[in-house]
Design a protein around this ligand. Structure first.
Ligand code: HEC
Length: 124
């Protein structure tokens, strides 16, 4: 009986260890770190809008958006020159680094915005 108790305990510990492993993976996926970055068939609606919502719309939306440009709509984001948009999110010289006063986007998010431009700035 005692042995049975201990083996059940061991199984429980192993199960908990595995469960926390899979949580780590979900965290990585959500944060785009060290995982495959899917840049196929990128559109404003299916990919870019979420990146803008999380990082840009707080300033670039509403009645008086920063730089006069809204990022929360497809038409608004299109108003940025592609080279200016990329220069800003890549923090290149001669462009204002964006998001303003906040850490750079993840490499995956930058790659997605780059892919969006290279694929012809699709809306949907
Ligand atoms: C905290 C407010 C704030 C956030 C967040 C923010 N911006 Fe800006 N953005 C500004 C302001 C203010 C300007 C105009 C002044 C300047 O160029 O620095 C600007 C200018 C820009 C420009 C023009 C830059 C240039 O060199 O002409 C681009 C492109 C831009 N933002 C894109 C973005 C993108 C994309 C994001 C999200 C990844 C973002 N911004 C997040 C405030 C913000």
């Amino acid at each position: 009986m005692k042995n049975l108790f201990w083996s059940f305990g061991a199984v429980a510990v192993i199960a908990v260890a595995f469960a926390s492993c899979s949580k780590d993976n979900e965290y990585d996926l959500a944060n785009n770190n060290n995982v495959i970055c899917d840049t196929t068939a990128v559109s404003y609606a299916n990919t870019v809008a979420a990146i803008m919502s999380a990082n840009c719309n707080v300033c670039h939306s509403g009645a008086n958006p920063s730089a006069g440009i809204a990022t929360n709509t497809y038409q608004g984001l299109n108003a940025f020159y592609s080279v200016t948009l990329l220069g800003s999110i890549r923090h290149e010289a001669n462009y204002s680094p964006m998001p303003n006063n906040a850490p750079k986007l993840s490499d995956c998010d930058i790659n997605k915005v780059t892919a969006w431009i290279n694929q012809g700035k699709l809306n949907n």
